[in-house]
Design a protein around this ligand. Structure first.
Ligand code: MRU
Length: 321
């Protein structure tokens, strides 16, 4: 992704460490977080220094390489990484990939770097395939951040938007704010640097704009897609899909192979992460949105049934029903 005229990735390997654009600080500050060992990688994934399914997978791949070098116990490292976040399939896919490469005697760092290059290329191809759906003047809604930050580069949902814009196609993006972690602000940050016209709306406003005829298409990413096409994505995706159907708006899911979990039959088998209540109760810095006695629940994802999906934009093709 281009940031102030320079090419950047969400994470990269440099001087024996993994560097991350610290997503906890964006869009206010651009800071780099350095992970020197597996525990630092685990911290980064759990605390959302890095987030988004393919980027978590890339972090885990490098985590396996660091674990092999520093602890020489890949099975323990694999187990520690698998227990960081339960929903995004890319994490488990990347750990399995690394285990098989290491057990085949391949150099772990080369294998991790190859994994990351591969995921970047897959996202670029998602962009190439998906941009064919985009017409001049379209107004596209997206939820959460499924951009370069979430995938190392290009994005999944944002890849078609990014590449269409680079081809000179004028578009406008409605960006859901995405309570409670406000990943919409990360999307806004990426779109601003790409020069793409957009605005952030609160999550509850999406139906309002759909009903007024101001949204032509919805594109979202995915954290895990089951065999029947049901998929988990950021909390609030399900209701956007139902509203899109109600308003006859095409609803697309963009994801690479590493997000498709063919071992589970449907969305009922997807484990949904519940995160710390402070994500809802807390505010900016030390301020509070709600007093601590208020009971809350904080599911980070929901499952959208396949029947609401117009098509899946993958690196191979657009899979329509
Ligand atoms: O909790 P997060 O921020 O890791 O959740 C990320 C999402 O839900 C994205 O939309 C998803 O990973 C798809 S993206 C590439």
């Amino acid at each position: 992704m281009m940031i102030d005229g320079e090419e950047h990735r969400a994470l990269w390997f440099e001087e024996d460490s993994v560097k991350f654009i610290d997503q906890r600080k964006l869009p206010h500050k651009f800071e780099v977080f350095t992970a020197k060992n597996v525990d630092d990688i685990i911290f980064a994934i759990k605390n959302m220094v890095v987030r988004g399914a393919p980027a978590i997978g890339a972090a885990a791949a490098y985590g396996m390489a660091l674990g092999k070098k520093q602890l020489n116990n890949v099975d323990v490292t694999a187990e520690k990484l698998r227990s960081t976040r339960p929903t995004a399939y890319d994490l488990f896919y990347a750990v399995e990939y690394m285990l098989s490469k290491i057990k085949n005697g391949e150099d772990p760092l080369s294998a991790a770097s190859a994994y990351v290059e591969d995921i970047v290329e897959r996202c670029r191809r998602i962009g190439e395939n998906g941009k064919r759906l985009i017409r001049r003047g379209m107004r596209i809604l997206t939820h959460c951040n499924a951009g370069a930050l979430a995938t190392v580069d290009y994005g999944t949902a944002l890849a078609p938007i990014r590449l269409a814009h680079r081809d000179g196609i004028e578009i406008f993006v409605y960006v859901d704010e995405t309570r409670p972690r406000l990943q919409g602000l990360l999307t806004s940050w990426e779109l601003k640097h790409e020069g793409i016209e957009h605005m952030v709306i609160v999550d509850n406003a999406a139906g309002y704009f759909m009903k007024k005829g101001e949204i032509d298409m919805v594109i979202v990413g995915a954290d895990r897609i089951a065999k029947n096409g049901d998929f988990a994505n950021k909390i609030g995706t399900y209701e956007k899909a139902v509203l899109a159907r109600e308003n006859n708006i095409p609803f697309y899911v963009a994801a690479p192979k590493s997000t498709f979990d063919m071992s589970i039959p449907d969305g009922d088998s997807i484990e949904i992460e519940e995160r710390d209540n402070m994500e809802i109760l807390g505010g900016i810095g030390s301020s509070r949105i709600m007093p601590g006695w208020i009971r809350v629940r904080n599911p980070a994802f929901d499952v959208t049934p396949a029947k609401y999906v117009t098509g899946y934009i993958t690196e191979e093709k657009i899979i329509k029903k």
